[in-house]
Design a protein around this ligand. Structure first.
Ligand code: FMN
Length: 247
């Protein structure tokens, strides 16, 4: 059973407009405090149905709570690594990708990741190499923070920003990384196809401090007035579809 409890995001954007999340009766506030303090983060999750367990998405969805802190975090070096545990490789296509989204959304740079496989809960710990690899991952986070080592180099078919291997085809040889929106081309070479990213745009990929600032100030905030002007109309429309569930 989880020690911490998280409610789903309500989509109210109080985090953006009022400076803190409207949900006060769960553990996100306490977790956010730790995240704001921590320069290094390791997140691990089991894969359920092709990607990280739902609780990871619940907390990732709440990452707009970081909005009031973007400026204080922008100048800090914060690095993360992830551990995806699944039954088998073929059934884990989004484990690393969606797990890496968590630290990216909370303002960390992902410098390494680990995939470990065992079908039963906890079974992964019986393999000592998994434990040793996890320990090494922790050391690598600390060493990356002190500038002693570089991030793990991406493989040829991976996105260089987020280690993603899930790309959206966008015509001819062009593809877009679905996690960080890095665009580029698939280029044939002797090993098959290689992902060659485009030079970064003015704001970089989705999860740079600059891009977040741009998204917040130039997209989320301006959408507010339009929403408020249409709120009554939206409410009226919603009542046509609302159904109250009896508990
Ligand atoms: C509901 C459920 C769904 C699962 N779905 C997948 C899956 O899609 N792919 C996979 O490789 N393993 C899947 N597994 C296996 C778990 O990833 C595996 O048991 C893993 O070792 C659990 O991690 P833990 O040791 O941290 O509990 C699933 C397990 C459960 C209980």
């Amino acid at each position: 059973m989880p020690d911490l409890r998280f409610e789903p995001c309500r989509g109210c954007l109080a985090c953006v407009y009022k400076g803190s999340c409207a949900i006060k009766n769960d553990n996100l506030g306490a977790l956010l405090e730790k995240i704001l303090e921590a320069d290094g983060l390791i997140i691990a999750a089991p894969t359920y149905l092709l990607g990280p367990a739902g609780i990871v998405k619940l907390v990732t969805d709440r990452a707009l709570s970081l909005s009031p802190h973007l400026e204080e975090l922008a100048g800090r070096t914060r690095v993360a690594a992830t551990i995806s545990v699944a039954g088998n490789r073929k059934w884990n296509p989004l484990g690393v990708e969606l797990l890496n989204l968590f630290p990216l959304a909370y303002g960390y740079r992902v410098i390494d990741y680990l995939e470990a496989y065992a079908p039963g809960p906890g079974e992964v710990l019986l393999e000592q190499t998994n434990v040793a690899r996890a320990r090494e991952l922790g050391r690598r986070v600390a060493r990356a923070l002190s500038g002693e080592i570089e991030a793990r180099p991406p493989e040829e078919q991976q996105c260089g920003n987020c280690y993603g291997r899930a790309f959206r085809l966008s015509g001819q040889d062009r593809v877009t990384c679905v996690v960080c929106n890095t665009t580029g081309r698939l280029v044939p070479d002797e090993s098959g196809l290689r992902f060659v990213p485009d030079p970064p745009g003015p704001h970089g990929h989705f999860w740079t401090a600059e891009h977040r600032r741009h998204h917040l100030n130039d997209w989320i905030v301006p959408s507010r007035d339009r929403y408020l002007a249409r709120r009554e109309q939206i409410k009226k429309q919603l009542t046509r579809y609302e159904r109250k569930w009896k508990r």
